[in-house]
Design a protein around this ligand. Sequence first.
Ligand code: ATR
Length: 266
Amino acid sequence: MQVFGLVGNPVGHSLSPPMHEAAYDALGIDARYVTFEPGVDDIERAVGGAEALGISGLNVTIPFKQDVLGLVDPDPLAERIGAVNTVDFSGATPRGYNTDAAGVTRSFAHHGVPLDGRDAVVVGAGGAGRAVAFALAESGCRVHVANRTVEKAESLVESIDGASAGGLDTLDRVSEADVLVNATSVGMETEESPVPREHLHADLAVLDAVYSPIETRLLREASEVGATTVDGAWMLLYQGVEAFERWTGRDAPVEAMNEALRARLS
Ligand code: ATR
């Protein structure tokens, strides 16, 4: 039996175990997916221990994504983003990936939203914002990052060719954009929206990385003006799909994983 898992602190609320185990069930793979919560100073021992114990793969979440970058052989995109959320132990040395980026691009692809040559606005410049901004740039978007703390947006776009940055006062650029992603925590369990409604329009595709609630105020208002909406569960799903495919080399049973996920979200 293979063992996969998630390391984070805390990990109690994670939806990854049922999502991945639904995939193993659908394809008849003899595997389990478990959560691990090492102390915040114990990540190096945890990754070494996982390798020594023969664990096949790990997902990595807050607060360890940056630390793990230095403990594995990262692929070029993970290195540019500066964070690893997936480790594959099947080779001679542990390999690190950032499947959050694929979570963004595959979510848009699933909804038929083209990215190449499009104007995109990313709200947020934290860990999620970094992965989103690099993912969109890799897919050919011209990226503008708007963040409450302007300096964080500026430092993020330094390593992205052609990207621009500003404070939340630059959110008016959404009016002219094709793609909008909320990568802040605004809207999580609250009725706030990170983007004033007046900037939303029918030619926009909006992804909200927040998935609790599944229909955020941003997505509701976007839908009201006729925009294409993509909820945060898609991003969660596709980062898991990408991790599954990296680990197993097989196409993921996307429908089974999506059903398992949505059954646990409201
Ligand atoms: P994550 O890893 O989920 O991205 P994070 O690194 O803590 O978490 O980043 C949170 C993001 O949400 C940041 O962009 C933060 O803005 P700051 O960089 O200015 O802190 C943004 N954010 C959080 N609360 C916010 C609020 N009330 N209004 C606007 N932006 C907010």
